[in-house]
Design a protein around this ligand. Structure first.
Ligand code: GLA
Length: 388
């Protein structure tokens, strides 16, 4: 993104100075809706990001401006000062979550802007939380680690936005590394960088350019389904195989799920069945990646799509259509990415098939839905950082 505009706007509104920070959106190769179940994910930070220019203002107020929305907000730093502007809640939330962790942030001026497409499943909100968190941490010397900044972003989402998300998006945004995916254990936050350079293949995102309403409440409902199944399993298996208390679907297996089949609703059963399968799929995918076996990686991606569509029910006609198009064009792997209900499919495509696929799928999609899908190449970049 050209950052001249955001810097100029800062000077125009708040005078000279200000430091520019950035934190990226993310892709996820596989491992969807596993993070809040304590499972694994395989995300990477990308070259689309949220930016902020920030400067302490010596008061106990925040003055904020969202360049892309042309909206401003002014608010205090105490719990009762919650701003009403949607964009400002992310900034306020980060400040409050830092205060809850013992670091009171003084007043500052801030301008935000970015090029992560909204509602595309690339986590623009996590990118914003991470950019603001990283910037405040650096400006005021607060001493939070990057994983701590990720949890601050996640808690912001829980407590000030209302989405009970997992840790994947913020972790990827704060911890991303150029050229690598992150194999993250979402329970322990142990992680490993997996170099990702699939020779002969490209990752292509196709954006349906639709976001279906109520995505956040449907998301929270999925999480509740998982929690109810855990409660049922816990009654029979209070202790997991690993010896600690059973507390997440990560600790369960398909036999345990079968045992409680009649004690949970058919819907909850189906949701948990997907999650337990998906956690295993990610581990299988990592094995295939080690061997450079991209055909298996692609197969797993298709299986994930099938599960997300039929069992977890977070797909939509537009996403299913693009997934079918991928199959038609001989794409190696394709699936809905992120929370679902719209946004992008992520596609693993052989180099020689990219052009035909993109053209064919785009034309067919436009004919069917009257919308031109957007196409993005994926470039894996570093996580949150200071620019200047
Ligand atoms: C959203 C959430 C993540 C994760 C994904 C689904 O992106 O923010 O925590 O749960 O959905 O994998």
């Amino acid at each position: 993104m050209n950052t001249t505009k955001i810097k100029d706007k800062f000077q125009e509104l708040y005078g000279p100075g200000g430091t520019l920070y950035v934190s990226p959106g993310r892709i996820n190769l596989i491992g969807e809706h596993t993070d809040y179940n304590g499972g694994f994910v395989l995300p990477g930070a990308i070259d689309k990001a949220m930016y902020c220019v920030i400067k302490p203002n010596g008061t106990d107020k925040v003055k904020a401006y969202a360049l892309d929305l042309n909206e401003s907000s002014e608010f205090g730093l105490k719990e009762e000062d919650k701003p009403k502007e949607g964009f400002a809640k992310y900034i306020f939330g980060v400040v409050r979550e830092m205060a809850k962790r013992g670091k009171e942030v003084p007043g500052f001026d801030i301008v935000i802007s970015g090029d992560v497409p909204l509602g595309a499943g690339m986590s623009s909100s996590a990118a914003l939380e991470s950019a603001v968190g990283y910037a405040l941490n650096d400006q005021f010397g607060l001493g939070f680690t990057r994983p701590e900044l990720a949890t601050i972003g996640q808690s912001t989402e829980h407590n000030y936005v209302g989405v009970k998300c997992g840790i994947m998006d913020q972790f990827a945004s704060c911890m991303g590394k150029e050229g690598s995916l992150i194999r993250l254990d979402c329970r322990s936050l142990e992680h490993e960088y997996v170099p990702f350079n699939p020779k002969g293949y490209q990752l292509v995102l196709l954006n349906t350019c639709v976001t279906h309403e109520l995505a956040s409440s449907a998301y929270n409902k999925r999480r509740e389904s998982c929690e109810r199944v855990v409660e049922a399993i816990k009654k029979r298996h209070p202790v997991a195989e690993t010896g600690h208390a059973l507390s997440l679907l990560r600790d369960a297996n398909l036999e345990m799920l079968e045992e409680v089949k009649n004690e949970v609703s058919a819907e909850d059963y189906m949701r948990a069945d997907f999650v337990i399968g998906e956690i295993q799929r990610l581990l299988d995918t990592c094995e295939a990646l080690k061997k450079g076996d991209y055909e298996t990686v692609g197969q797993k991606m298709y299986e994930t799509h099938e599960g997300l569509s039929k069992k977890y029910e977070v797909s939509c006609p537009e996403l299913d259509f693009l997934n079918d198009q991928a199959k038609k064009h001989g794409v190696t792997g394709s699936r809905v990415m992120g929370g679902g209900f719209g946004g992008c499919t992520i596609n693993l495509v052989k180099d020689e098939k990219v052009a035909d696929f993109v053209k064919g799928a785009s034309e067919a999609y436009e004919k069917e839905f009257g919308i031109k899908p957007k196409v993005y190449d994926v470039v894996i970049k570093d996580g949150a950082r200071k620019i200047e």
